[in-house]
Design a protein around this ligand. Sequence first.
Ligand code: GLN
Length: 192
Amino acid sequence: MGVKVGVLALQGDVAEHIAAFREALADRSGSSVAAVRRAEDLAGLDALAIPGGESTTISRLIGKNGLYEPLSEFEGGVFATCAGMVLISDRVDDPRVRPLSRIPMHVARNAFGRQVDSREAMLEVAGLAEPFRAIFIRAPVATDVGPGVEVLARIPEGIVAVRSGRHMAFAFHPELGGDLRLHRMFLEGLGV
Ligand code: GLN
């Protein structure tokens, strides 16, 4: 059966998420990947990606577009990267972000300090046989996670990959770099 994925398209690296999920679903007929801008676009989706970008801006646009309640209540799995990880949390160190509270965790924005804009690391991720080349761009980290949240990867700065039910969140960008193992892990977890 096909999988219907939406990508929240308010700001950020939307096109890269659409391309990565299209590639990950290329061999599953009946699948679709589409941009989500309005509450109606969420209907019938199995999953939603919340992209990297600027979490303060995306949060403001979520409010402006009337998407806060629909996103808080969305029943599919959420695949959140970087700014998305900030938004899907329930506690953020920046009052300008109103988190969607889908994963109980505290997230610190820009946790690598101002000097370090981006960095790559070969990361051990629980469930992957080989390390993942993780691309961090002005990345957040989770500093603690609530009950039921599985930590999939951590680095000295903090927790950088988690799973909670059908949701997954990453401080780095699995949609960049061409390695789709984390997309596949997420899609398998949807049980569609
Ligand atoms: N620093 C950004 C934020 O906190 C996230 C950066 C990114 O998504 N690449 O919103």
